[in-house]
Design a protein around this ligand. Structure first.
Ligand SMILES: *Cc1c(COP(=O)(O)O)cnc(C)c1O
Length: 402
């Protein structure tokens, strides 16, 4: 029996998402057939797919305004520009995040100030309070879907006069207590890239209740003087002060992507539940594995787990590398976030050498330990049980030899 379990190999693909639903394919064909892919190219009496998508997402999120854009990273940079972040300004952000986040800060010529990460993989609120006076804006990344206590975070932000932009690339459909992720800060930003919770290849969404911010974001996205076509946009009067003074930094959503996103948004909550079933299967399968630390998540965190993380705290580099190699040999692709050199999508703050940073020993200990894997919906629950068995066996064996 033991030998059987040790021999098993997983054959699924960690980067294969589900095909798009038929409704999305049909909607795409309709757009391709009429050819009006540009969002402002509307037939008489037609509501463009991009405008309709914005209305639907604003309604879902209970937001006054929504803007579709070309990518999640574009949404983040647009949020900073709309908030008036200038070249040379500091912007606080998570040390544990992915490259597009500090990249969006660099895109506006600003300087990321990294805030530490806790063992629960959320932003360290004590470190945030300690660094808060250095900036006016916090770009908060809900990295890998881990949501910090948002009541406490917003209290720190209010106490220090910080404006908050939420990076919800991994939390579309998630909540803290009863409030959607993306609805705490001044602006919430989402990605619709293939590996996120809805898939249009590339794309982004931005929501806010602030009409002036939305007017600026809309002008920035490249709306020329056609902003009147937006259906979840700012009113005409909000554009009066900004229509001539705001540069056009083109990054619009188009009707083809919007068309394939609308049916996916309608199905989002069902998909989120399916991700969480897969997460629960993996997480339960890893319980009480010697040497492995699971991430504890509070009751109020209504997460959407499209990926799974665990920690190999204080393991030597060689031993971690050997777990990664042995799991890979058995078909399980673990990403080691703390690898000394970034591989694939992994990265840590010290590898973004355009941004100055001081070592953060407590965070470094956690980052070195983070193991990460995607859980695409093409995995069955049985796949997830098998993945957990393989990791459990390999981590357990390596731990014995430490
Ligand atoms: C994917 C991602 C983004 C934005 O991504 P785009 O690829 O620009 O759409 C932002 N933050 C995080 C943490 C991400 O993973």
């Amino acid at each position: 029996m033991t030998t059987d379990i040790q021999a098993e190999v997983f054959t699924g693909n960690f980067t294969q998402q589900e095909p798009l639903p038929q409704a999305a394919v049909d909607a795409a064909m309709a757009v391709l057939n009429h050819g009006r892919l540009h969002r402002y190219n509307e037939a008489p009496d037609e509501v463009a797919e991009a405008a309709a998508l914005e209305v639907e997402f604003a309604e879902m999120m209970g937001a006054k305004y929504c803007l579709g854009v070309a990518s999640g990273g574009y949404a983040l940079a647009t949020a900073l520009r709309a908030l008036g972040v200038k070249p040379g300004d500091n912007v606080l952000t998570n040390a544990f995040t992915l490259a597009p986040v500090p990249g969006s800060i660099a895109a506006v010529g600003a300087v990321p100030i990294f805030v530490g990460v806790t063992q629960d993989l959320v932003i360290d609120l004590d470190d945030l309070a300690a660094k808060a006076s250095q900036a006016n804006v916090l770009m908060l990344s809900h990295m890998r879907g881990h949501i910090v206590d948002m009541d406490k975070l917003m209290a720190v932000a209010r106490a220090h006069g910080l404006q908050v932009v939420e990076d919800c690339a991994h939390t579309m459909g998630a909540k803290w207590a009863h409030t959607w992720s993306g609805r705490f800060g001044a602006i919430g930003c989402y990605s619709t890239q293939t590996y996120k919770h809805v898939n249009s290849g590339e794309g982004g969404l931005l929501v806010t209740d602030d009409e002036d911010l939305m007017a600026k974001a809309t002008m920035l996205s490249g709306s020329y003087m056609l902003y009147g076509k937006h259906r979840a946009g700012a009113g005409d009067q909000a554009f009066e002060d900004v229509r001539l003074s705001t540069p056009n930094i083109s990054g619009r959503m188009d009707n083809l992507r919007a068309a394939i996103l609308r049916p996916q948004l309608a199905d989002l909550s069902r998909q989120c539940a399916r991700w969480n079933e897969r997460y629960a299967a993996v997480d339960a399968g890893l319980a009480e594995t010697p040497g492995l630390t699971r991430i504890s998540r509070p009751e109020q965190e209504k997460f959407v787990a499209s990926s799974h993380q665990f920690l190999l705290l204080d393991w030597p580099d060689d031993a971690i590398r050997s777990v990664v190699d042995r799991c890979l040999a058995r078909g399980v692709e673990l990403k080691w976030f703390g690898a000394p050199d970034p591989v694939g999508f992994t990265s840590r703050y010290s590898s973004w050498t355009y941004a100055p940073s001081q070592p953060m020993p407590t965070s470094d200990r956690v980052l070195r330990a983070v193991m990460d894997m995607r859980l695409p919906l093409t995995f069955s629950l049985e796949d997830c049980h098998q993945i957990a068995r393989i990791i459990r066996a390999e981590v357990g064996a390596a731990f014995q030899n430490l």
